[in-house]
Design a protein around this ligand. Structure first.
Ligand SMILES: [Fe+2]
Length: 194
């Protein structure tokens, strides 16, 4: 599935958060240890098992709290609302509700870097034909939320599906065929096509 897991660390306090632990918890713990980071949050962009499968193991090893959107049916210790700021030492993590791929989907913005989960990939977007998927909502999330961010905001997706591992909002605006100018209606139709 080529999931990406992200480790965000605050250099001042050594506090850290993992976005979507996915599969390889041992590796995450090793990198954290090497960088003297203490993982206190596990943030799930959404409730799909390929992203959350490592939650329990990581929580067991670190005592971290699970952060997920308030509509997530998964186990969570902190219920997030759209636009909420999660403090991680001196870092501020902004949680942006971006439903469409799933109702509970959110992106994480920190220091000009955006973790986009399965809402936006490099050159692609997440599918909307799974249970809870909704193309109209994804349109709103992509065009009215993510594409309104500055062009130089870096995009770090939940899967390695593109020609490169990460990009920028500006790159996606120009190169991502999903993000060509469309009305919401046209986008819904476009997402129906194979
Ligand atoms: Fe997903």
């Amino acid at each position: 599935m080529e999931n990406f897991a992200y480790l965000i660390g605050d250099e001042n306090t050594g506090l850290a958060a993992v976005v979507d632990p996915a599969w390889d918890i041992e590796k995450i713990l090793k990198v954290a240890q090497k960088n003297n980071l203490r993982i206190i949050y596990v943030i799930n962009t959404h409730n799909h098992p390929d992203h959350t499968s490592g939650n329990d193991e990581l929580v067991k090893a670190t005592g971290a709290k699970i952060v997920a959107h308030e509509t997530s049916r998964n186990r969570k210790d902190i219920s997030a609302k759209d636009g909420e700021i999660l403090r991680l030492g001196s870092l501020e993590l902004k949680l942006i509700h971006t439903p469409g791929h799933s109702p509970d989907h959110m992106c994480v913005l920190v220091n000009g870097k955006l973790m986009t989960g399965d809402a936006l990939f490099v050159g692609e977007c997440g599918r909307t034909d799974l249970p809870g998927g909704n193309s109209e909502q994804l349109y709103d999330s992509l065009f009215n939320k993510l594409m309104k961010l500055a062009a130089d905001v870096e995009v770090y997706p939940g899967h390695n599906y593109g020609p490169k591992t990460h990009s920028t909002i500006g790159y996606e605006k120009t190169h991502n065929y999903v993000l060509k100018p469309r009305t919401a209606k046209e986008f819904v139709q476009f997402m129906r096509e194979p």
